[in-house]
Structures are given as structure tokens and as C-alpha cells.
Design a protein around this ligand. Structure first.
Ligand code: EAX
Length: 324
């Protein structure tokens, strides 16, 4: 009788130790934008889905406005496993892997539908898989979107109008080369330092999609916004490989599916903001103008030849062909 009781007690203890509540995990995810931006909305949505699908076992806290570091710092922190997840533009990944360089080329995507087709298809999935080599798991492509140039001097219609402008770019050599091609002076800088640099007028110009220009109130420090659509910024949802390896195979499947589910919502929110903010920026005093698209395209085109070897002519062609 007594022996049976001990056996039962041991059994109950073992059950308790194996229970899901013992495996609870809370993840930290970072990004550099505001809580109103679709980066944040998409992360929160992803967190809700994984919480529900893991029965509350895994939760996620989203930290906005560079609270967990700049994009370069977030990449490094995920490699070390000190930050679990992040959403970042692919441009700052250029210092870590060549796999995303093709997306940095000016005017590589004619519209977001084509971008989604390439990124969600074989080419994009290969870029995400390549991240494994640098200690990061790429779950799905969220979106930052098409970038526009703002500045404090004049409306940019022709590429010549950009001559001499000191423009902040991301830390990416193709972006910098593209602005050199139109005669501007690119200054690479982390996003978190940008508003102050514009305010203090240490730089004249910057380039970002409308949801960032509006949510970060760049209209307070920049008068002109020129609709160049010169780069498209993919923004993958990333995870530290060290943390990923702690998940069970079932949890990994939940994460992959949740990332794709949240991606649709994230892109919808981005498209909504992109469309709504032209008017709202104008209401806040920004002068928005259309540009001579063909002239910008021509002026930046030499960049393709410049980086063809490094990116691979075949890859460039494959991305271009999927637009047709
Ligand atoms: O990923 O740095 C930038 O201009 C980016 O658009 C921003 O960090 C979002």
C-alpha cells in the first residue's frame, strides 16, 4: 500500500514536470519604427496567433522605436541570441550576407504585387533560407514598401534636382551608389538618429516610405516629398537561430504558419497607410510632387552594371523576368 502511494506520488511529480506550463516562453521582438507603423501591428498580430496556437505557452512582446537597438544591432543581437526576433529592412543585412543585395537595386520592382510574387516565391524563399548561415531564421517577408525622397530645399522632379543634397541613406552600398548616380551626397546613418539630424539640418534629405514619413512626423522637419518610388524595401520577420532551435518541431510549424498569416494582415495595413498618408501629409504642410520617372530610372541605371558581378547577372534577370 505504502509503496503504491510512493509510486503514485513520483508519477504525479513527473506529470507535473512535463506539463506545458513548465515550458512557458516569452519572446522579445524589436524594430525601429513607431507603434502605429504596420511593422508593429504585424508583430502584435503574429504574437496573438502564436499565443493562441500554443495554448498560451509562448507569448511575444514587441518593442518599438529602436528600444532594443538599431537595425544593425538587432541583427547582431539575434546572432548572439540576446534578442529573439525582429522586423527590419533588408538593406542593413548587406553587411552580413549578399543574399538580399538584388532587392536593393533601384526600380527593381515595378509594383508591390510583383515584389510579393518574387519574395513569396522561390527566389525570396531562397534568400530567407540563406540567413541560416549567419545564425538567423527568416520566417516571412513583411513589407516596408516603396521609398520616396523628402528634403528641405526644393521639389525634386528631374534627377538633376537632387544634385548636391546631403541625403541620409541606410547603411547599404547600393543605396549609396544610387544617390551618388544622381549627384547627391549620401550619408549612411541608423534610423534612430535621423529625425534629430533633419531637425538640426546636418543633412538636407532622407528617403523612406510614406507610412514612416507620416508616423515619424518628418513633415515637421522636411518641406518637400517627391514620389520617386526608387527603392522597394522588403522587411523580413526574423528570429535568432539559437532561440529557434529551442522550439519543438510543432512550435516551429506554428511559427512558420503564423508568420505567413500575419504577413497578409501586415501588407494590407501598409497599403492602407500608404494610400491614406498622401492627403494627411499635405494637410500637415508637406508639398508632394510627382517626378519624371523615366529620367530617374535612366540616371540610376548604371548601378546595375556596377553591382552585377557581386549580385549575379542571372539573379538580377530572374527577378526582372518575374515582373512580366
Ligand atoms: O526598417 O532605416 C530606414 O530608413 C528603414 O526604413 C527603417 O529602419 C525601417
Amino acid at each position: 500500500m505504502r509503496k503504491a502511494k510512493i509510486v503514485l506520488a513520483v508519477f504525479v511529480l513527473m506529470l507535473a514536470m512535463a506539463a506545458p506550463s513548465w515550458a512557458a516562453m516569452s519572446l522579445k521582438a524589436g524594430h525601429t519604427l513607431t507603434p502605429e507603423h504596420p511593422y508593429h501591428l504585424g508583430l502584435v498580430k503574429f504574437g496573438e496567433i502564436i499565443k493562441e496556437k500554443t495554448g498560451g505557452e509562448i507569448t511575444l512582446d514587441a518593442f518599438h522605436s529602436s528600444q532594443l537597438g538599431s537595425e544593425r544591432e538587432l541583427i547582431e543581437a539575434m546572432q548572439m541570441g540576446t534578442v529573439d526576433m525582429a522586423v527590419i529592412s533588408t538593406a542593413p543585412l548587406a553587411g552580413f550576407t549578399k543574399s538580399f543585395l538584388v532587392y536593393d537595386l533601384p526600380f527593381i520592382f515595378p509594383d508591390s504585387a510583383t515584389a510579393h510574387k518574387v519574395l513569396d516565391g522561390e527566389i525570396g524563399q531562397k534568400s530567407l533560407a540563406d540567413l541560416d548561415k549567419i545564425g538567423i531564421i527568416g520566417l516571412a517577408f513583411y513589407e516596408n514598401g516603396f521609398r520616396q525622397v523628402t528634403n528641405s530645399k526644393r521639389a525634386l522632379v528631374k534627377p538633376e534636382d537632387a544634385k548636391g543634397l546631403k541625403i541620409r541613406t541606410m547603411e547599404n552600398k547600393i543605396h549609396m551608389a544610387s544617390f551618388r548616380a544622381v549627384g547627391a551626397n549620401p550619408v549612411p546613418m541608423a534610423f534612430g538618429e535621423l529625425f534629430t539630424a533633419l531637425q538640426q539640418r546636418t543633412i538636407d534629405a532622407q528617403e523612406n516610405p510614406l507610412p514612416i514619413i507620416f508616423n515619424n512626423k518628418f513633415y515637421e522637419v522636411q518641406e518637400f516629398c517627391s514620389m520617386t518610388n526608387h527603392f522597394y524595401s522588403p522587411a523580413p520577420l526574423l528570429m535568432s537561430k539559437a532561440v529557434w532551435n529551442k522550439l519543438t518541431p510543432e512550435q516551429q510549424t506554428i511559427f512558420k504558419e503564423a508568420a505567413v498569416e500575419a504577413r497578409a494582415y501586415q501588407r494590407e495595413e501598409l497599403a492602407k497607410q500608404d494610400a491614406a498618408f498622401v492627403k494627411q501629409l499635405e494637410e500637415n504642410g508637406m508639398k508632394i510632387n510627382q517626378v519624371d520617372h523615366a529620367a530617374w530610372l535612366k540616371a540610376m541605371e548604371p548601378v546595375y552594371k556596377q553591382f552585377e558581378k557581386e549580385i549575379g547577372a542571372d539573379l538580377i534577370k530572374a527577378v526582372q523576368d518575374s515582373a512580366n
